[in-house]
Design a protein around this ligand. Structure first.
Ligand code: CA
Ligand code: CA
Length: 358
């Protein structure tokens, strides 16, 4: 996990084994959490743009943009237009006469980043060293619109999927995930006031509704006409204001907030089969220096009509063993992790966990 990224709150060392802390050499985050990238050829050097790094050809990985350097060395750029300036009748080279920026011929020289999504998720389409991932485990579209430290790796300590007899067929109808993640600095986490989304996904997403209903998609722009790009496995949303169909905050203990969600039937519209959830904040203290959220979420698709079950393709994402991405979005924070599963009970039960770190 200690490759270039812009996670500026590295969290509990339990969560991120082998990582340094903010400001430590090799850490993607400065002590004041302002540095957002690392130079591609000298990874110990922190940067906010490519202009902070060596010379032409070296990129700043983790700042969320693929940049180059202007041929005159004047700064970072994404296109030639960024490099062309005309002031007092001269281009930036100080020699060429000009009346407007387009008269100048400075060019934007590409750097060595193949991609830069600015997030610290290493196994999505863009790796933490800003190279393309040939076999990605894509993030679900519910994380759309979030960048950098607001997309964070989670640790799933336990994920269980069971094919019970209560729902006919061979798909999985009972699920439970437990784990934790560390909130980035400045994140607002208030699940009784914010929408909470839970997604289990593999490599495919499909449009639901709109003019391309049923077609594969990578994001909502692929589903015009009001369609949604969703995981065909499991996707659920709990919205504030829906009464007991949402997380509520328990007790007056503001220093240690706990949120709980319960629905015995699991019949909330948009969150069918989701029966229980518990989210728990551990505040900063001496033993645990950073904000940590624990989650425990459970569901069973038997009571709701029609009954809910979903397949997990053991061959997707380079399996077997089966691999499933679990993503929890609360407000403007998306915590996600890929689980690897052991097959038990003749295929009727998956026991999954995430591997974090080297
Ligand atoms: Ca970059
Ligand atoms: Ca990434």
């Amino acid at each position: 996990m200690d490759s270039p990224s812009e996670l500026c709150d590295l969290g509990d060392p339990l969560l991120f084994p082998g990582t340094g802390f903010n400001g430590v050499p090799g850490s993607p985050c400065s002590s004041d959490c302002k540095i957002s990238g690392m130079c591609t050829q000298t990874p110990a050097a922190q940067c906010t743009t490519a202009a902070d790094c060596g010379g032409v050809g070296e990129g700043c990985c983790g700042n969320g943009v693929v940049e180059g350097r202007c041929s005159d060395g004047s700064g970072s750029c994404q296109s030639d237009a960024d490099c062309r300036s005309c002031s007092f009748g001269l281009c930036a080279d100080g020699v060429t006469a000009c009346t407007q920026p387009s008269d100048c011929l400075e060019t934007c020289q590409p750097g060595d980043e193949q991609c830069d999504d600015g997030n610290p998720i290493d196994d999505d389409r863009c790796r933490n060293d800003c190279t393309f991932n040939a076999a990605p485990v894509p993030l679900p579209p519910i994380c759309e619109g979030l960048h950098g430290p607001n997309i964070i790796p989670a640790l799933v300590r336990s994920g269980v999927f069971v094919d019970t007899r209560r729902v006919p067929g061979t798909d999985f109808d009972r699920w439970r995930v437990r784990g934790e993640f560390s909130l980035p600095d400045g994140a607002v986490f208030d699940p009784d006031q914010q929408q909470v989304d839970l997604v289990f996904s593999q490599d495919q997403f499909l449009c639901v509704g709109g003019t391309r209903n049923g077609f594969p998609c990578a994001g909502s722009p692929d589903c015009p006409g009001g369609g949604q790009c969703r995981s065909p496995l499991f996707q659920a949303s709990l919205r504030p204001g829906d009464g007991d169909a949402h997380f509520i905050q328990l007790g007056p203990a503001q220093d240690r907030p706990v949120w709980r969600f319960r629905n015995k039937l699991g019949d909330n519209l948009g969150a069918e089969s989701w029966k229980m959830g518990r989210l728990f904040v551990r505040n900063k203290n001496k033993r645990r220096p950073l904000n940590q959220i624990k989650f425990n979420l459970w569901g069973q698709g038997d009571k709701v009509v029609p009954q809910v079950s979903f397949p997990i393709d053991p061959a997707a994402l380079g399996g077997p063993p089966p691999r499933v991405r679990e993503t929890l979005r609360v407000g403007d924070v998306c915590a996600s992790q890929v689980m690897t599963c052991d097959v038990k009970g003749g295929g009727k039960r998956l026991r999954c966990f995430s591997l974090v770190g080297p």
